[in-house]
Ligand binder design. Structure first.
Ligand code: ATP
Ligand code: ATP
Ligand code: MG
Ligand code: MG
Ligand code: MG
Ligand code: MG
Length: 291
């Protein structure tokens, strides 16, 4: 080692495990609420879909996206959110634990920060938390299939939950009876139950419930403003790499480079959709995502 050890104890640092994610592959970081079945009961979430809770998840996800400009798009439903990092992303040198823990804690922190905007109590009755994982996808098809998988999951769960809670809340069934009624039922059966017994046309349910939420970083159109600075940026902080001390010469060089970069850079804005991501249309309209 070139650098001299600060103390005889420093060797313990070498016990740390290097954990860089494979280069040149798509990275998905998915966070999921811990024990939200319980959390949603305690906070009296409306069943099957509490719009306040979904809007809070979306607010937290949007804040994470505005802090971490490496996030290309995100998809969320229920108590989970998936964030996509580009193949070339070098945030934290692609260190897996650094990435996962940063996303999970930043998301949790914003979930609490925005809580009172969405719920009547000034703070949650007990602390919410989110776990996280990273998954790598080598091909564009794998990546698209990932988002298709999450959106299909959202759809299947929502159709089940909507029918289940109609039987309970409108049909007066017990939770057990409703579960028994739906055992082995197919999608068409659930549509039929909703329509014939409760006059609900599933297709008219809110898009956010049926399709989940999609966030995409998009270039702004002429005359349009880009996203406002994030909360951290407003306070002169970022989630990026910590600054190392630099020489004057280096600083001048970088200032020039930065000015050039800004000239070239297109302003971007995070847009929110509740659209289909399974068919080609979404991807064809946004070629820069898979580029
Ligand atoms: P785990 O810790 O393993 O993730 P969990 O209890 O969070 O356990 P999930 O499979 O993640 O289980 O499911 C989340 C649960 O949270 C849903 O089943 C649902 O009951 C509840 N939930 C999440 N968001 C909402 C919402 N917007 N409205 C109503 N209920 C919700
Ligand atoms: P990184 O994101 O890489 O961890 P960092 O800025 O958090 O970067 P650390 O090496 O973790 O760098 O150091 C944390 C810094 O936070 C300390 O150097 C110190 O300046 C500041 N700090 C932390 N706790 C306190 C405290 N109780 N009182 C004053 N300063 C503190
Ligand atoms: Mg889980
Ligand atoms: Mg959960
Ligand atoms: Mg979940
Ligand atoms: Mg630190």
């Amino acid at each position: 080692r070139v650098v001299m050890a600060n103390s005889k104890y420093e060797y313990v640092k070498d016990f740390e495990r290097p954990d860089p994610l494979l280069p040149n592959t798509w990275v998905i970081i998915r966070i999921d609420g811990h024990g939200f079945h319980r959390f949603s009961k305690v906070h009296e979430f409306e069943k099957p879909n509490d719009a306040r809770a979904l809007n809070l998840m979306n607010a937290a996800a949007k804040a994470v996206m505005s802090e971490l400009s490496d996030v290309v798009m995100a998809y969320g439903d229920s108590d989970e959110y998936s964030f996509l990092l580009s193949k070339l992303c070098s945030l934290y040198d692609r260190r897996e634990s650094k990435l996962i823990t940063t996303f999970a804690s930043l998301f949790t922190s914003y979930y609490l920060y925005y809580w009172s905007d969405h719920f009547p109590t000034p703070k949650p009755l007990y602390p919410p938390s989110f776990d996280g994982r990273a998954v790598l996808y080598p091909s564009d098809q794998n990546l698209r299939d990932y988002f298709s998988w999450r959106q299909a999951d959202c759809h299947i769960n929502n159709l089940y939950n909507t029918t289940n809670w109609a039987l309970i809340l409108k049909g007066g069934m017990t939770e057990r009876d409703a579960e028994r009624e739906l055992m082995g039922s197919r999608a068409a059966d659930k549509h039929e139950i909703l329509f014939s017994r409760f006059g609900i046309n599933y297709n008219n349910e809110p898009e956010m419930y049926k399709k989940g939420t999609v966030m995409v970083r998009e270039p702004v159109k002429d005359e349009e403003n880009g996203d406002a600075p994030s909360l951290l940026q407003e306070h002169g902080a970022t989630m990026g790499e910590p600054e190392r001390p630099k020489s004057n010469r280096q600083l001048k060089k970088e200032a020039k480079k930065q000015a050039k970069k800004e000239e070239r850079q297109v302003k971007t804005v995070v847009r929110v959709y509740h659209c289909d991501v399974i068919r080609d249309e979404f991807w064809d309209a946004r070629p820069w995502i898979l580029d």
